[in-house]
Design a protein around this ligand. Structure first.
Ligand SMILES: *Cc1c(COP(=O)(O)O)cnc(C)c1O
Length: 462
């Protein structure tokens, strides 16, 4: 142990020594560090628009929006200015017992744009927390409205709602989470409408109806003990970009009404324009009772999340102090003013730059060009909801035989893409494309060219 004075040295960032120190001191998320320590690593020093720049000055297109959160690109003039302005006022003060301007105005703006009925904003710092908070609110809501038996949750197979234990409990990705099973609470599972691998054929209406009847079976049988259904509307992201057939969310919403179960929409990935509309729930007018947002909320600038609730849920927490109806939850950095300022500036840009209007042409450009990807023999299925795109690679497109896990097919493709100047991060065998919404047509074509070439070269090596 050293004194803090000698521990933090004044030094310019030098690439060689930084790389050695990363491998010596850091533990990276979702990373096998044994591989990491052997590899040449990339250290990002700056960014601008959709581009990232590493310590050697090499530029890469940010093809997954810095893990699905960046909206308007990096170093956006208006967001930078908003954060700097707030920095000159104050960086942080608590939201427990105090309030702050940016958080108040952001709450107002969120309620104005949110699906109908959502009326209150509860802040936190990450998507996982926003989901945990929704779970706790749903559970406590029923306890305080005379139905204390409603304590369980329904999730979809393959769901992903974050990495904290509550969110993992309502997640269904065994590969990530199997080891933690003994620590989790029990849930009910309903089928995920995964068309490509649906037994007996992939026709959209049939898959939708069969998946919904699976959901209804669970609700009919157990609704008296079910607090809420949790789902990612329109697209299950981390599951490998599994899109839901049209009509699925609105009918799932009807089922939750029929069986008196709350609907929690996890819009952490789909929110803020990702699927082409501001929120995915809006596309089928399926307004939830609780909605979790994070990733794109601050434009991808700073950690910020929120759980939105209806007035009906909020009112169930009102009571005399000694009744203990309070929602006992909060984090140190809840409603951080810097992050809320970034979020307000990001929301303003949607209107000012007509982000969603301009996105439409880019979505159809991507759709047109992705159709050609089926010419590559290892491309099995391509799924798209706006700017959430997944390309599932298979060993044999006819039989849909998957690649063995140890072949790391996704990583092999993304390594090729990186050499050609594009950063991607796969989900197993699924290549994910999620560029910032403000990408230009030229940059989008470059992203698609590089992705196509990287998959084609990998197919040739088979
Ligand atoms: C990323 C994600 C989360 C978790 O958000 P974090 O900020 O990483 O904790 C939850 N739900 C969905 C749908 C996500 O994509």
């Amino acid at each position: 142990m050293q004194s803090v004075k000698t521990a933090v040295k004044k030094k310019a960032y030098k690439k060689r020594s930084l790389e050695a120190k990363d491998k010596k001191y850091v533990w990276h998320p979702f990373t096998q560090m044994k591989d990491w320590e052997k590899e040449k690593i990339t250290i990002i020093r700056s960014g601008s628009g959709v581009w990232l720049e590493d310590m050697d000055g090499k530029r890469y297109l940010d093809g997954v929006s810095s893990l699905w959160c960046n909206v308007h690109g990096h170093r956006v003039k208006e967001i930078d200015a908003a954060v700097k302005k707030q920095l000159n006022a104050i960086s942080h003060s608590t939201f427990l017992g105090l309030s702050n301007g940016p958080a108040i105005l952001l709450a107002e703006a969120l309620i104005r744009i949110a699906p109908a009925g959502l009326a209150r904003v509860f802040y936190s710092d990450s998507g996982s927390e926003a989901v945990e908070i929704a779970l706790k609110m749903a559970y406590q809501y029923w306890r305080q409205t005379g139905k204390p038996a409603k304590t369980k949750f329904v999730k979809l197979v393959n769901a992903y709602h974050g990495d904290t234990l509550g969110s993992v409990s309502v997640g269904g990705i065994d590969l990530f989470h199997e080891i933690y099973r003994p620590l989790l609470f029990e849930t009910f599972s309903a089928p995920s409408p995964y068309r490509y691998r649906w037994p007996g054929g992939s026709e959209a209406d049939r898959v939708r109806d069969e998946a919904l009847s699976g959901l209804e079976k669970v609700l009919a049988r157990h609704h008296q003990e079910i607090a809420a259904l949790v789902l990612e509307p329109l697209m299950q992201g981390a599951a490998g970009m599994i899109d839901q057939p049209s009509g699925y969310i609105s009918r799932a919403r009807e089922l939750t009404r029929k069986y008196n179960v709350l609907l929690i929409a996890d819009e952490v990935a789909t929110g803020f324009g990702r699927t082409g509309s501001l929120f995915a729930s809006r596309q089928e007018n399926a307004a939830p009772d609780l909605m979790a947002v994070a990733k794109g909320l601050s434009g991808g600038y700073l950690p910020l999340a929120a759980t939105l609730a209806t007035e009906k849920i909020y009112s169930a927490f009102l009571g005399e102090y000694q009744e203990f109806k309070t929602f006992f939850h909060g984090h140190t950095f809840t409603a951080n003013p810097l992050a809320c300022s970034a979020a307000l500036a990001s929301l303003k840009l949607f209107g000012k730059n007509r982000v969603l209007e301009k996105l439409e042409l880019k979505i159809s450009l991507a759709q047109r060009r992705l159709a050609d990807f089926y010419n590559i023999p290892i491309v099995g299925d391509i799924r798209q909801a706006g700017f959430m795109i997944g390309i599932e690679l298979v060993k044999d497109a006819k039989t849909k035989e998957p690649f063995p896990w140890r072949e790391k097919i996704g990583l092999r493709v993304t390594r090729r893409a990186k050499k050609k100047g594009v950063i991607l991060r796969p989900l197993g065998p699924v290549i994910v494309l999620m560029p910032p919404l403000t990408i230009s047509h030229e940059e989008l074509n470059f992203l698609l060219d590089v992705t196509y070439e990287s998959i084609r070269e990998e197919a040739e090596d088979q």
